[in-house]
Design a protein around this ligand. Structure first.
Ligand code: SAM
Length: 247
């Protein structure tokens, strides 16, 4: 049985696809995917020896060596061009995910879906998707063991630029008096264009936590530098307040 986070990632794998799970560690996701008809074939990619061994063990114990290929290598180096049509990358920082996608750009041809779960730096991933014409089709947020994770699902479609443009269009949030604060493109990249539509309790919990962190950081810097930080806090507070009113 998968953890809630991995299950939500698995749910975004298009049934019957050819999958690569990069940074697979124990290979739980690819094994689950072939067993549940989500993938006809899967690659488990790992760059580090320990997790690679864990993946090999898991695949052997599951008797899935015929359908899950465990490979050692950095990022997308483990796959051939055209070999898979869905890639999952979960449980690492957003900057690392982006560097893997950038370094392996040539391997993305023929890939139609990316399911990405950055532990931090979600904005970096959203920005990369936007700049590379991947349509951010869905966002999910989940809490597991006291941590909050976001799962970003992106599709390669010809109308991605148009769909993204609509998705990231500035949205004014009005209060009862009709006064508006604007959910700018930058805020949408940071907080999630889908997640901000009907924010879940978990999403509010995440941003209350981020706000606490910002406050702590501000208090620790010199008074002369506190202005900008305070401004950002105020902006976040206003947006959170408005979104709460909308609910
Ligand atoms: N994907 C699994 C999950 O979400 O539960 C495992 C996440 S684990 C925290 C991150 C894994 O990514 C580690 O096993 C690490 O060795 C691997 N990793 C880090 N950088 C990598 C890279 N450039 N290419 C392949 N794997 C990498």
């Amino acid at each position: 049985k998968l953890s809630a986070r991995l299950q939500l990632i698995a749910d975004r794998i298009p049934p019957g696809c050819r999958l690569a799970d990069i940074g697979s560690d124990h290979a739980l996701l690819p094994v689950y995917a072939v067993r549940h008809g989500l993938a006809s074939f899967a690659v488990a990619g790992e760059v580090n020896e320990g997790p690679l061994e864990a993946a090999k063990r898991q695949v052997a114990e599951a008797g899935e060596g015929g359908r899950v290929s465990v490979r050692k290598g950095d990022g997308l180096a483990v796959i051939e061009p055209g070999e898979v049509d869905c890639i999952t990358i979960a449980g690492m920082g957003g900057a690392l995910i982006v560097s893997i996608l950038t370094a392996g750009a040539g391997k993305l041809e023929g890939v139609s879906r990316l399911v990405l779960q950055p532990n931090v730096g979600e904005d970096t991933v959203r920005r990369w998707l936007l700049e590379n014409d991947w349509y951010l089709a869905e966002e999910t947020i989940v809490e597991e063991d006291g941590k909050i994770y976001e799962i970003l699902t992106a599709d390669r479609t010809t109308d991605a630029p148009a769909l993204n443009e609509q998705l990231y269009r500035e949205r004014p949030l009005h209060d009862e008096a009709g006064e508006a604060v604007v959910l700018t493109k930058e805020l949408l990249l940071m907080m999630g264009p889908w997640l901000t539509r009907q924010p879940a309790q978990t999403w509010f919990a995440k941003w209350e936590m981020e706000l606490d962190k910002l406050e702590k950081i501000r208090r620790s810097v010199a008074a002369s530098k506190q202005g900008a930080a305070r401004e950002k806090e105020e902006q976040l507070k206003t947006v959170l307040g408005r979104l709460k009113e909308v609910l």
